[in-house]
Design a protein around this ligand. Structure first.
Ligand SMILES: [Zn+2]
Ligand SMILES: [Zn+2]
Length: 169
């Protein structure tokens, strides 16, 4: 099993290769963006990657980060998830068929790799006649286990809709 740092290095390398293959000049800043993406893993936003890269490259602009992420997305190296009610696009390094489960309350995003996803997409395409655009990601919404626990602690009574409340940590 590769270690976490080996996996990150391989992931960063893959992104850098994708840029190279597309004829993009790999500047130090682009390298740093690819490394930050790989280190973050998960589903980072432009602002999160920008914050990481800026600590080493204070002169970098958020537009440069955004443009690089969009270039990678155009190359199929990243998936852009437009999650309802989130202010910003999340980028997903995992471009394989999987489900992103999003918590409505704490905004946590979890990857679910199910063998049934690829056949499901095929069947959805066959039945609808649509060409399914997986590059838009597959998103399900719900309440994560933590938020479910909190809800049941606070709400011993039956399911009633509560107004949005501030989360105390
Ligand atoms: Zn949650
Ligand atoms: Zn994902």
């Amino acid at each position: 099993m590769p270690t976490t740092s080996e996996r990150r290095a391989a992931a960063a390398e893959q992104l850098i290769r994708a840029l190279e293959a597309a004829g993009k000049r790999n500047t130090a800043q682009r390298y740093a963006i690819c490394r930050a993406l790989a280190a973050h893993g998960g589903h980072p936003t432009v602002a999160e990657i920008y914050a990481t890269v800026r600590s080493d490259y204070p002169m970098i602009s958020q537009a440069t980060v955004y443009n690089t992420l969009e270039t990678l997305r155009g190359l199929g190296a990243l998936v852009a998830l437009d999650i309802a009610n989130h202010d910003h696009i999340h980028y997903d390094l995992d471009v394989g068929a999987h489900i992103n489960v999003v918590c409505r309350r704490c905004e946590n995003i979890v990857d679910l790799h199910l063998e049934s996803v690829a056949p499901l997409l095929d069947e959805a395409s066959a039945r609808s006649g649509f060409e399914i655009q997986y590059e838009a990601g597959l998103i399900l919404y719900g309440l994560c286990p933590n938020c479910r626990r909190r809800r049941s602690n606070r709400q011993p009574a039956a399911e009633t809709r509560q107004p949005e409340e501030a989360d105390d940590e």
